[in-house]
Design a protein. Sequence first.
Length: 257
Amino acid sequence: MKYVRAEDGNSVIFYGILEGDNVIKLEGDIFGDYRRTDESAPLKDLKLLAPCVPSKIMCAGTNYMSHIKECVEVMHLDVKVPEKPLIFGKGPNTLADPEQGIIYPTGVDRVDFEGELGVVIGKRCKKAAKETAMEYVLGYTCLNDVSARDMQWGDGQWTRGKGLDTFCPIGPMITDEIDPFNSPIYTRVNGETLQDGNTNDLIFGIPELIEFISEWITLEPGDIIATGTPAGVAPVKVGDVIEIEIPGIGILRNTMV
């Protein structure tokens, strides 16, 4: 299934299922009960929104070996391979739609993109075992864990540097039609490919992340787990166009403003 959340020309927001170039409108909530209607609209006539509105976004830091290597060798940071998942959170204020501008904060010298696979939780999840963790997943989306490095590195913790307004674009859809364990992920800036990774390089996989997080933090329907970013992160400036592409999900495109 390919779910979208969209706004039509009358400013009506709805969930839909993407079939070809058309969106079938749904009644209800994709995280609960819903039904297909007889109404549809061409995708080109709709504005795609963030495909869900999470109560929280739980993120895995330094979860690709390639990214750890570049942190040490390129950024000259004291980063080690984690013995357990390194988890931090982003609030709902960070959410941004596809094509929405990412606000470059004042007084910051470096802002980086981080292309990631986002895991969308489909039902309430508490103390899940990794053997059954995938039962709680509705699907997957593209995610950009935008980071203000001055704040992240200077504060000694990541809440402010990762938690600024518009610092978590997601989209363009949620789908369960990809292999999340072997999924390519690309990030382009102004057309140049800077990240070329694959989720098969994750240090802690999706079941392990769900088990670890849900032991202490209840995951609600619509919440997202950001699984980490591969090597290739780099600073961006106002006017840069960032595209994160995961085959089968599509392209999440945003401009720094």
